[in-house]
Design a protein around this ligand. Structure first.
Ligand code: ZN
Length: 315
């Protein structure tokens, strides 16, 4: 068995080589957009480092079994809580981590720490970790996860082997979700494989969670009202979003993906061009981005949403 990962062949082959040669660096930085699978591949890499069989990760050895049941004594996953902003991982947490790192592994040769959302690290916590990242004990391997390479302190990223994970093509995504959701109708899977814009995690969110399904449904109604030029219906669909920031941001994102899909289709079939739609696309993008910023910045939700509707239909 090898890595089970969709697309990103370069990354899979890089990690396979590292595992084959058993020459590990002391820190790796997995970076890429939300939902592309940074954590999934980093976890598999950790499992492979700890695996005791020839074909790593094997899923059958003692170590793999413990890893998969989340009981491996030498693997630690530390989730910086991004919802708490930069307060998610304190200097105290960083000190505790360093203490743990200096204790020898329980079983194998390595102790692995996966640090999630390192782009949300407080500078003070990052500085506390820095020295350990620079010269960790020989048995320690850090796997850092970040939304971008530039979002973290240069002094940290320069000490890591960068592993960039990229969105996959819609067709690859379609095949992947078809395997996982074989009861779902093909038309829906095709649509989701485009809407997720190359992020398998996002596709799973749309197909497998109640919030995701709601987002699909609201954004579809929104698009229809927009295409019918029906401002009142648009307002009715969008109004309940005032109550949830999370839902409204997700709906905005999905609505834009839907617009993008139509835009691409329009550009492809030149004969049937809807010039009015294409001329207005830029305005839609602007309105959504502006409203998103205001909502994230804690602006008045009701006002923002109604202004959003008015602006989008303004001729
Ligand atoms: Zn194994």
């Amino acid at each position: 068995m090898s890595f089970d990962f969709c697309g990103n062949e370069n990354v899979v082959s890089l990690l396979n080589n590292i595992i084959k040669n058993q020459r590990f660096s002391h820190a790796y930085l997995f970076y890429g957009e939300e939902g592309v699978g940074k954590k999934t591949i980093a976890r598999q890499f950790a499992q492979a480092i700890l695996c005791k069989n020839q074909n790593k990760p094997c899923t059958e050895c003692d170590s793999c079994k413990k890893f998969l049941s989340k009981n491996h004594p030498d693997y630690f996953e530390i989730g910086m809580d991004s919802s708490k902003g930069k307060q998610g991982f304190s200097v105290g947490d960083a000190r505790k981590l360093i203490e743990d790192a200096y204790i020898k592994p329980n079983e194998g040769s390595y102790k692995i720490f996966l640090l999630n959302n390192v782009d949300t690290l407080l500078d003070a916590s990052a500085n506390t970790l820095l020295k350990t990242l620079e010269e960790p004990p020989k048995h320690v391997i850090f796997l850092l996860i970040s939304g971008s390479r530039s979002g973290i302190l240069e002094t940290i990223s320069s000490r890591c082997v960068p592993v960039g994970i990229y969105p996959v093509e819609a067709e690859i995504c379609f095949n992947e979700i078809k395997n996982r959701f074989n009861n779902e109708n093909e038309k829906q899977l095709k649509l989701v494989s485009k809407l997720c814009e190359g992020s398998i995690g996002r596709a799973i969110f749309y197909l497998d969670t109640s919030v995701g399904k709601e987002v699909l449904s609201i954004s579809e109604k929104l698009l229809q009202a927009y295409l019918d030029n029906n401002e009142l219906r648009f307002l009715q669909v969008v109004a309940p979003l005032e109550d949830s920031l999370e839902l409204s941001l997700e709906v905005f994102k999905c609505f834009l993906s839907r617009i993008r899909i139509i835009m691409n289709e329009q550009i492809k079939c030149e004969n049937n061009l809807n010039v009015g739609f294409l001329n207005n696309v830029d305005k839609v993008f602007e309105c959504v981005e502006r409203s998103k910023k205001i909502l994230i910045g804690n602006g008045n939700k009701k006002l923002t949403i109604s202004r959003f509707c008015a602006e989008i239909f303004q001729k």
